[in-house]
Design a protein around this ligand. Sequence first.
Ligand code: CP
Length: 309
Amino acid sequence: MTIADLSKEKLNYLLEMAREFEKNPNRELLKGRVVATLFFEPSTRTRLSFETAANRLGARVIGFADPKITSGTKGETLKDTIMMVSNYVDVIVMRHYLEGAARYASEVAPVPIINAGDGANQHPSQTMLDLYTIYQTQGTLENLNIYLVGDLKYGRTVHSLLMAMRHYNPTFHFIAPKELEMPEEYKIYCKENNIKYVEHTDFNSEVIADADILYMTRVQKERFTDLMEYERVKDVYILKNDMLEGTRDNLKILHPLPRVNEIAYDIDDNPKAYYFQQAKNGLFARQALICDCLGITLDDVKNDTTIIK
Ligand code: CP
């Protein structure tokens, strides 16, 4: 439901499991199982990587990518939809536009629910792949300078990431215009959990000079009630190649994607750009999450004899 539920030991355990899947994602550990992907909001990466994760582990996948084709359009409630789908599958992956929808589903469903994003609230499976990517690029999760840039108000990935990082002594820098600043509840969370943070409205090479991770985000048009306000802030920060001169050698640029206009396209060829590899890691992280929900342990994965060469 939320990354805040997971201890440091559990996070590290899931990351180790994801590393096993990176060595070989093709196995039959989930043969005979059925996974549902219920997406009430658009998605490219999250849905397709969950489905690929399940398929590469031998499970079958059912679900929908567009709620307009479901009986929800006839008035069926979320509860009834979840109860029905639970009759057919072993685990449900759900994205919903309402904050708290995944928790609600987990309270009524007899099968595990994986939150694939609920409104502007949380995106815990994204955080698993973000942690995996940060470790992969920095060799550690400890004591890093992490810059979160853009829509920190509505961007659920940054909310989940800062909660997960509480275990690893980060220093966060929040770069956002006033309208999109990190919500107060997450600043309070930082204070309660001794997470250091600095807030900025400027975005330039001096500000990001000591960054280890530059985590860019899209301004979330779909969450705005006033489109004039969206127009005012949509292009407020655009990362350009010249801003990377003087930044740390180990700096990596991450983005949960999709990108709209916040990273100039020529940055894709800069060795510091890492967002496409980051998205690839979603496969391994989500394989670990599905397995964990279905009671498959790290030892099961390490001793797996179903690997397809
Ligand atoms: N990062 C992410 O959630 O992307 P999608 O919206 O394409 O799933």
